[in-house]
Ligand binder design. Structure first.
Ligand SMILES: C[S@@+](CC[C@H](N)C(=O)[O-])C[C@H]1O[C@@H](n2cnc3c(N)ncnc32)[C@H](O)[C@@H]1O
Ligand SMILES: [Zn+2]
Length: 270
């Protein structure tokens, strides 16, 4: 059991029980039937049901389970394995497809997402992982309690990541490369721009040293309409594109497409 959780309200240590977690000041957080703890206090929520909704989570699960991103996942696991993290964090873990693979490289894993829909599904995957509903803006973990943190296509608060990582610990950020889902974006927008270098990189340098970048690129052949729809639904493009273009893509019977992933590695400054 993970012993490094802290109360999201007062920051005292949390004791985990079979049905709830509580701190010495009497704040208590129920354990859900699926085994996860909800450590997202209502005052930290910016909406009633933050993060990915149930439809997005279901689409992502179906797409990932079909194995289209396996090469990317295996590369991530291959980068983590030699680090042998005692405690790994998966920040914004979604429905946990990556988490279970990455957890095999670590002695203990804590995975969280702001979406209850996502964690509900994730928690059923592996009871040895500590699953939390929590935000990357207020990670309910003690200072310097983790050896590695991964954020895969999910938002990151670099100061919070730095706080929970030990000096020298690894930060792995997976982000889209310029060509990621190019053909899908071409079908959805009049003009497709390459993904830009992220603004957060400057902020990162305050707490982290750049270590290395890995690139994973391949072509995917989405074989049927259901898969095209799943991919569309699990990306933010579903909401960004015009209704007209979206409807056109929803009717495609197949799509050949580039996948382009960047994995940026940093080390926590001492
Ligand atoms: C594109 S999905 C990626 C999920 C997962 N890492 C994957 O690749 O399958 C982005 C995830 O970030 C979550 N998210 C958004 N804001 C968040 C926050 N402030 N803290 C934690 N998770 C957040 C969403 O609910 C969603 O599950
Ligand atoms: Zn408390």
């Amino acid at each position: 059991m993970n012993r490094t959780l802290r109360c999201p309200l007062c920051h005292d240590a949390l004791t985990l029980g079979a049905s709830a977690a509580h701190c010495p000041r009497g704040h208590s957080f129920d354990r859900a039937r699926e085994g996860y703890f909800n450590l997202l206090p209502v005052q930290h929520k910016n909406s009633l049901d933050p993060g990915d909704d149930a439809d997005m989570v279901a689409a992502r699960r179906a797409f990932l389970e079909a194995g289209f991103y396996s090469r990317f996942r295996d590369t991530l696991a291959g980068l983590l394995a030699p680090l042998q993290p005692a405690h790994l964090i998966d920040s914004g873990c979604g429905e946990g497809w990556y988490t279970t693979a990455l957890a095999t490289t670590a002695q203990a894993t804590t995975a969280f997402d702001i979406s209850k829909n996502a964690i509900k599904r994730a928690a059923k995957r592996d009871a040895a992982i500590t699953w939390l509903v929590a935000s990357s803006n207020a990670i309910p973990l003690e200072e310097a309690s983790a050896d590695a943190l991964v954020a895969i296509f999910s938002p990151l608060d670099t100061a919070e990541a730095a706080r929970v990582l030990k000096p020298g610990a690894a930060l792995l950020i997976a982000a889209p490369g310029e060509k990621h889902l190019w053909e899908l974006r071409e079908a959805l927008y009049d003009e497709v721009r390459p993904h830009q270098a992220e603004k957060w990189q400057e902020e990162l340098q305050r707490h982290f040293n750049f270590h290395s970048e890995a690139r994973v690129q391949f072509t995917m052949n989405l074989p049927g309409n259901a898969t095209v729809q799943q991919l569309l639904k699990m990306t933010p493009h579903y909401w960004r594109a015009s209704r007209e273009k979206r409807t056109q893509v929803e009717q495609l019977s197949s799509l050949v497409m580039q996948a382009d992933f960047r994995i940026l590695q940093f080390r926590r400054k001492a």
